[in-house]
Design a protein. Structure first.
Length: 385
């Protein structure tokens, strides 16, 4: 289980050190920083896939995602006696991401590039430092692997620090280029663990959504992020997962209804029999809310539970009557996976708190900065450049 998530310098998240539980709910009004926190967690997962620099570029580049306020707020700024204004910068400009779980901790520091020549990639962020350590807090004696600039050091079996790379590119992470089953087993293990994290963010349910169309089906223990393989994933739950739980989840939300998968000319399609109807409805005929709920059911009842599952605004297009069944479904899934839910639906947040004892963090904005009132920050340290 991840114990701590940390982010610094990303959009409105000037400095957030967040303790996580088995089920954590992030809530708050529009514009409070919920989406930024979700993106920050997803960006950290992108590091293990070698996609962090590309993900930042798709958001407009590092310059567009960096904290836009002053490095620090004076007391007079906070009280409103003087306007918010820039202060003398003491630290380097950077975007930092990290986490610590029950075994290891990892952090990465991305900074502004050193311009070289006339390259068209001069706006790409550079990875300045990385660290992998044992324990919840980064300490020198607990370091397993470190990266400063192009150099990577890894603790060998004798307990000595050995150089394994000296020319790592500024856009490559040691997570993807230094992980080795012989010399950097811990780095490899953590990378694979991070690659198992799953994110579901606004399933498509429009008229042309892939989930509405018949699709070629193969065994699918993990629903894709866009839900395009819904029929195959549902049938996989039927055959190697908890088919009874699937039926119960559908009955809980739609009394008297049942979901099945048909195959025509090798193409899989979801059909739903609803109470009072003489024929089942095909996926293309289902309402947006009904289809979205089926997608959430399939994601949460996966036969291959992930170490971390993050849901961003799962309540979108759902009727209020479906929020309680959804909360029960999430609470059950949290027995097998650590789950983070980002939501502004008060009924869903309250239900998760009541049914599963979820840890709830309410975000707010103060002077453009995302803050969490009453948060007891865990100890944390960033790697040095």
């Amino acid at each position: 289980m991840i114990l701590t998530f940390a982010v610094s310098g990303y959009r409105s998240l000037r400095e957030i050190i967040l303790p996580l539980e088995q089920l954590t709910v992030i809530t708050g009004p529009n514009g409070s920083g919920k989406s930024s926190l979700y993106r920050a967690i997803r960006l950290l997962a992108d590091v293990a896939q070698g996609r962090a620099v590309g993900a930042l570029a798709s958001e407009g580049g590092l310059q567009s995602t960096l904290w836009a306020g002053p490095e620090t707020f004076s007391r007079a700024m906070k009280t409103g006696d003087v306007p918010v204004q820039g202060t003398m910068r003491r630290d380097r400009v950077s975007l930092k991401l990290g986490f610590a779980d029950e075994d290891y901790g990892y952090a990465i520091d991305l900074g502004l590039p050193v311009r070289s020549g006339r390259s068209l990639f001069n706006l790409d962020p550079e990875i300045k430092a990385e660290a992998l350590w044992v324990g919840e807090v980064l300490k020198r004696r607990g370091e397993i692997a470190t990266r400063n600039g192009p150099a990577v050091q890894v603790l060998d079996d004798s307990g000595k620090r050995a150089h394994v790379l000296g020319d790592l590119s500024s856009f490559d992470s040691m997570m993807t280029h230094a992980a080795d089953p012989r010399g950097a087993r811990e780095l490899l293990a953590l990378r694979e663990r991070m690659r198992g994290w799953r994110f579901y963010d606004h399933f498509r349910t429009d008229r042309d959504a892939p989930a509405r169309r018949p699709q070629v089906g193969t065994r699918t223990p993990v629903l894709s992020s866009d839900g395009s393989d819904l029929a195959a994933a549902l049938q996989t739950i039927r055959e190697i997962g908890d088919s009874d739980a699937l039926d119960e989840a559908v009955e809980d939300a739609f009394p008297g209804s049942a979901v099945d998968v048909t195959v025509t000319d090798g193409l899989f399609e979801v059909v739903m029999q609803q109470q009072g109807l003489l024929r089942p409805l095909r996926a293309g005929e289902l309402s947006d809310g009904t289809l979205r709920y089926l997608l959430l059911v399939t994601a949460l009842l996966t036969p291959r539970p992930p170490p971390l599952l993050v849901l961003n605004e799962p309540e979108t297009s759902l009727h209020a009557d479906l929020l309680e069944p959804l909360a029960r479904l999430i609470a059950t899934a949290a027995e097998r996976s650590q789950i983070i839910v980002v939501s502004h639906a008060a009924p869903l947040v309250e239900a998760l708190d009541r049914l599963a004892g979820a840890t709830v963090y309410a975000l707010n904005k103060e002077l453009g900065e995302t803050v969490i009132q009453g948060l007891d920050k865990p100890a944390w340290a960033w790697p040095k450049r």
